[in-house]
Design a protein around this ligand. Structure first.
Ligand SMILES: [Zn+2]
Length: 454
């Protein structure tokens, strides 16, 4: 009896199983190492199997290149609504992501107006639908307590600013923070935190260089804010954005709080440039602090990398240093800069894949970031011989500059989303089919159902 049932079930599984539409063959990063495999992708855009494939689906052999999971960048600012379109838009930012091997971005809520309730969240969702080249998770910021229950059922995550920043004027006071953590812990969404304590900022109101900016917003401001995160309920899915110091990284690891480092804090110091293109919050640190953070990253002690892509127009960045806005673009260069470090032997491929692909996708509750059956087939093809240099004017972001101008990069040659090729020979060939996504563990509606019609 059980045997018959099992066979009947197996037969019906076979009939229901979506057919294989593409097989990618080559060396792929599977179960922690590069190995020759065939990756079967079905018509629903999922990975059906990883191994040997029989039968006639269209087969693409990547030759000497390698296949990796596409990356997730959980921290970008695409400036809509209300931002200057000469800095960034959702269409340009998501194409930049696609070209940089990033299949999902988390868009931060400090826009104009900020995303603080269901209405402003829906407005941003409407701007993403039909205009995004990759998937977008839309964060909200929990400044309006009355809006939290509705946001918990719709938004992709929360972003808490412990310091004033573009679009956020009044952060919670230190006294309010513990109650905020308690409230957010019940809402089951990821909570990213901008961890700087304005109480520890310096008094120089006329900084003229990155070195002086580092003195105005010193490492002690970060350290003090991180202390507030460590004292938080364990049920809270807390994540510190852009950690800049080894001490901060150690403290968070010990407290088992998630965090990211950015490519600019890993690769640039306060001596990398003298003008406002190198002005960013938190500031670029000293070369010794940068080197220590990079070493921790190399050793796999920084769980995630995220770009904090925050473009401003070249004109805005040419203002006198003290008046210029903070932020640098980075979504298109994040993975290529780090792939070049893999090429040069300075960075282990597994460390990079875990930090850029696996862990960010898992933190945001997404079924991708690993090459495994059942995962969405968001994959990139990388040929380490495809060496190039960063040319700001050629990046997809309209701001047209990069703090990494002239740096060596390895750009993904191909990028697949749900098995569909969206980047070919380093050029974007996709459509505006990116979706708004939410964590699978979130309360409320799955994001793929229409959310704007309610
Ligand atoms: Zn940011």
């Amino acid at each position: 009896m059980p045997r018959v049932n099992r066979r009947a079930r197996a037969d019906s599984d076979r009939e229901d199983r979506p057919s294989i539409v593409l097989v990618l063959a080559g060396r792929a990063f599977v179960r922690g190492r590069l190995q020759p495999v065939e990756i079967a992708i079905d018509e629903s855009g999922r990975i059906a199997s990883v191994g040997k494939v029989r039968g006639g689906a269209s087969r693409h052999d990547v030759g000497d290149a390698i296949i990796l999971p596409a990356a997730t960048d959980l921290h970008v600012h695409f400036r809509e609504p209300g931002g200057p379109s000469e800095a960034e838009t959702i269409p340009t930012g998501t194409v930049a992501a696609a070209l940089g091997g990033v299949t999902l971005v988390g868009d931060m809520p400090n826009t104009h107006p900020p995303v603080t309730d269901l209405e402003t969240w829906r407005d941003k969702v409407a701007r993403v639908q039909g205009r995004a080249a990759v998937d977008v998770l839309v964060y909200a910021t929990p400044t309006d307590p009355g809006a939290l229950p509705a946001l918990a059922r719709h938004a992709g995550g929360f972003k808490v600013y412990l310091a004033p920043t573009t679009g956020i004027d009044s952060p919670p006071s230190p006294k309010e923070v513990p109650a905020l953590w308690e409230r957010l812990a019940e809402l089951r969404l990821p909570v990213a935190v901008h961890a700087e304590d304005p109480g520890a900022f310096g008094v120089d109101h006329h900084p003229t260089s990155p070195v002086e900016w580092n003195a105005v917003r010193p490492v002690t401001a970060e350290s003090s804010a991180l202390d507030r995160m460590i004292r938080s309920p364990p049920a809270l899915r807390l994540h510190a954005a852009h950690v800049t110091t080894l001490d901060g990284a150690r403290k968070l690891r010990q407290a088992r709080v998630s965090f990211e480092a950015t490519p600019h804090h890993l690769l640039l110091s306060d001596r990398s440039g003298t003008d406002a293109r190198f002005k960013v919050n938190p500031p670029l640190r000293t070369e010794a602090e940068r080197a220590a953070l990079w070493k921790a990253f190399q050793q796999g002690e920084v769980p995630m990398v995220a770009s904090d892509h925050a473009p401003h127009s070249a004109d805005a960045k040419q203002l006198p240093f003290e008046r210029a806005p903070s932020g640098v673009p980075g979504v298109e260069t994040m993975l290529p800069l780090l792939l070049d470090r893999v090429r040069s032997g300075e960075l282990d491929l597994g460390v990079l894949v875990r930090a850029a692909c696996e862990r960010p996708a898992r933190w945001l509750g997404q079924p991708h970031g690993r090459i495994a059956p059942g995962h969405r087939a968001h994959l990139i093809v990388v040929d380490f011989r495809d060496r190039a240099k960063v040319v700001g004017a050629k990046l997809a972001s309209p701001c047209g500059w990069s703090p990494f101008e002239g740096w060596d990069i390895v750009r993904p040659r191909e990028h697949y989303r749900d098995g569909e090729r969206i980047v070919e020979a380093g050029e974007f060939v996709g459509r505006s089919s990116g979706k708004v996504v939410r964590p699978e563990y979130a309360l409320g509606e799955p994001a793929e159902r229409p959310t704007t019609a309610e």
